[in-house]
Design a protein around this ligand. Structure first.
Ligand code: AQP
Length: 337
């Protein structure tokens, strides 16, 4: 049996951004060759930012379409919507009874996100988000979770919970998952504020490269990326975060190493690199965007992939949940005996 990989993204925007793509989605596609792959659109997580109902519905499908367009193959991988598998919410409740208030309170993403929306916009779901994420992962006896750097701490919590369940409920209760974080692309930065990570919900749209964005806007954003006043093209994350971020993106898409790019651009201006990079990014994203549009314009085809994925996912998730319900001492319900 192949080891299992699980990962997911929230449908919080009309398009994924390049950080989601390089940090996670590229690895998802590669791992299909060596792993049994399960990928979800985690719409229950997106409820924590209280989206409009129609917006959430649209974004859920658009997010799935981008997975498929980027190369997730429904013949080889399960692709499904989180809310179609109710076991996620059920296991999250169980896990919440195994999570200390103190350890949940240490999650830095909660601190960042709650600071962004203020006290009035912060709900309990945002606080318990990492517990639902742990449920997403542990339900599938996941061996490996490909994510970007921002999810490392949440992954650690999932591992801690898995170990705790195995200690308290007996070995073999759940699989302890490992994070799969590819260092070179683990954190793609905002083009305007290159010390902050690129985000789907960034405050300035100019700082983001969206997968489904109009190519002219993509090129414009890259050409107006913030760089330092010095004009030497070199990689130095601390002293030259802007140009270093552009070199990281360039290298990831073009295949040349950062060192090679630095050598190739010796004596050239930042503007030169930005123009070339804009061409590289546009050329790279165009087929993905076109392919995503085809999926978006065939909602029945898309929904049938998601339906099939959910049915198979429920088969796995149901077994894990039944095992855990039994081990914690719940009386089995008729359908679960
Ligand atoms: N800038 C990034 N560089 C590398 N990887 C990144 N990821 C996100 N941003 C970068 C990875 O993409 C996946 C998306 O996870 P998510 O949708 O659950 O949300 P997130 O991590 O909070 O990503 P965003 O884009 O910043 O979304 P919003 O704006 O909704 O919060 C994860 O694997 C993440 O590590």
């Amino acid at each position: 049996m192949k080891p299992r990989v699980f990962s997911a993204m929230q449908p919080t925007s009309d398009s994924l951004q390049l950080g989601n793509y390089l940090g996670a989605l590229v690895q998802w596609v590669k791992l299909q060759d060596t792993h049994e792959a399960i990928y979800s659109v985690v719409d229950l997580h997106a409820l924590t930012v209280t989206p409009e109902p129609e917006t959430l519905r649209r974004r859920t499908r658009v997010t799935a379409a981008q997975y498929l367009a980027a190369g997730v193959d429904p013949e080889r991988s399960l692709v499904f919507v989180q809310s179609h598998v109710p076991e996620h919410a059920e296991l999250a409740w169980l896990l919440s009874t195994y999570t200390g208030m103190g350890e949940a309170g240490r999650m830095t993403q909660f601190k960042d996100k709650s600071a962004k929306v203020g006290e009035a916009g912060t709900n309990v779901g945002l606080f318990t988000y990492p517990i639902l994420m742990a449920a997403d992962i542990l339900l599938y006896d996941t061996d490996l979770v490909p994510v970007g750097e921002d999810q490392r701490q949440h992954l650690e919590l999932s591992r801690d919970l898995a170990e705790r369940l195995n200690t308290r409920l007996g070995e073999g209760s759940v699989v302890v998952p490992d994070a799969h974080i590819v260092k070179a692309v683990a954190k793609i930065y905002d083009l305007q504020e290159p010390t902050k990570k690129m985000s789907k919900t960034a405050t300035s749209p100019k700082g983001t490269i969206e997968i489904l964005q109009d190519p002219k806007q993509v090129a414009k954003n890259i050409k107006s990326a913030a760089t330092d006043s010095d004009s030497v093209i070199a990689f130095d994350r601390e002293a030259k975060p802007g140009i270093s971020n552009l070199l990281t993106i360039y290298s990831a898409l073009d295949g040349r190493s950062v060192e090679q790019l630095v050598a190739d651009y010796e004596g050239k201006m930042y503007g030169h690199l930005k123009v070339d990079l804009a061409d590289v990014v546009v050329e790279y994203l165009t087929p993905i965007r076109d392919n995503a549009m085809e999926w978006i314009e065939s909602p029945e085809r898309l929904d049938s992939v998601l339906e099939e994925g959910a049915a198979k996912a429920r088969g796995i998730a149901g077994q894990t949940l039944a095992r855990l319900y039994d081990r914690v001492g719940l009386v089995p319900a008729a359908g679960r005996r």
